[in-house]
Design a protein around this ligand. Structure first.
Ligand SMILES: [Zn+2]
Length: 208
């Protein structure tokens, strides 16, 4: 079986069957190839620091890099293929325990940057501890238990009209504090405040 060197290797083989003619080292995954493509970046490309040493794009990385949907949208790639996701579908995937492995999941908030570049070589092989790629907190390693815990707490507080801005910043209005006392959710509010500094918290607030 083919070794999975980077996210691009999860693509179904028919999506990356095009072969180039340049020999060299892939600038994204670092693999030697005889069938590489020339490296051409748009003038707005700024993520050079995330590139590996190399001079071509291998067929897998070329297919991935050329497809603008991977930049514009959120997605998951599993052994069953590529799926572009809405926020609630991302949440559903993250909070489902049984994930087909290996997989990669990416969340974009702007659709502008190739945010997946930062952790391009990190593919998840575990359901309990896995990577989440984003364009707003980079690539993080998440624990399934904590993903579920955060999702439940955020849902609970959202149902009590705590805003996403408050949940992201941990700065709650006087009105929210007062309601938390009146309606008995002070403890949950305090818990949320503790989690605010964690990137996974920000990710979960975004998708919840
Ligand atoms: Zn490559």
């Amino acid at each position: 079986m083919e070794e999975i060197k980077a996210i691009s290797y999860l693509l179904p083989s028919e999506m990356r069957s095009a072969k180039g003619e340049e020999a060299g080292t892939c600038i994204l995954c670092g693999v030697e190839t005889e069938e590489g493509f020339p490296v051409e970046f748009s003038s707005t490309f700024t993520a050079f620091s995330y590139l590996a040493y190399g001079n071509v794009l291998c067929p897998s990385c070329n297919a991935f890099f050329r497809n603008q949907d991977f930049r514009r949208r959120s997605w998951k790639i599993t052994p069953s293929g590529v799926e572009f996701l809405k926020r609630e579908q991302v949440l559903e995937f993250l909070t489902t325990e049984e994930k087909p492995i290996p997989f990669a999941v990416y969340i974009t908030s702007t659709g502008q940057k190739q945010g997946w570049l930062q952790g391009f070589r990190y593919v998840s092989f575990s359901k309990q501890k896995f990577f989440i790629h984003t364009d707003f907190v980079g690539c993080i390693l998440a624990e399934y238990k904590q993903v579920v815990e955060f999702a439940e707490l955020i849902k609970f507080l959202r149902e009590r009209k705590v805003s996403k801005t408050e949940l992201t910043s941990g700065e709650f209005s006087m009105y929210t504090y007062r309601r938390s006392i009146e309606n008995n959710f002070e403890l949950e509010l305090r818990k949320a405040k503790e989690f605010v500094s964690q990137p996974l918290w920000e990710v979960m607030v975004y998708v919840c």
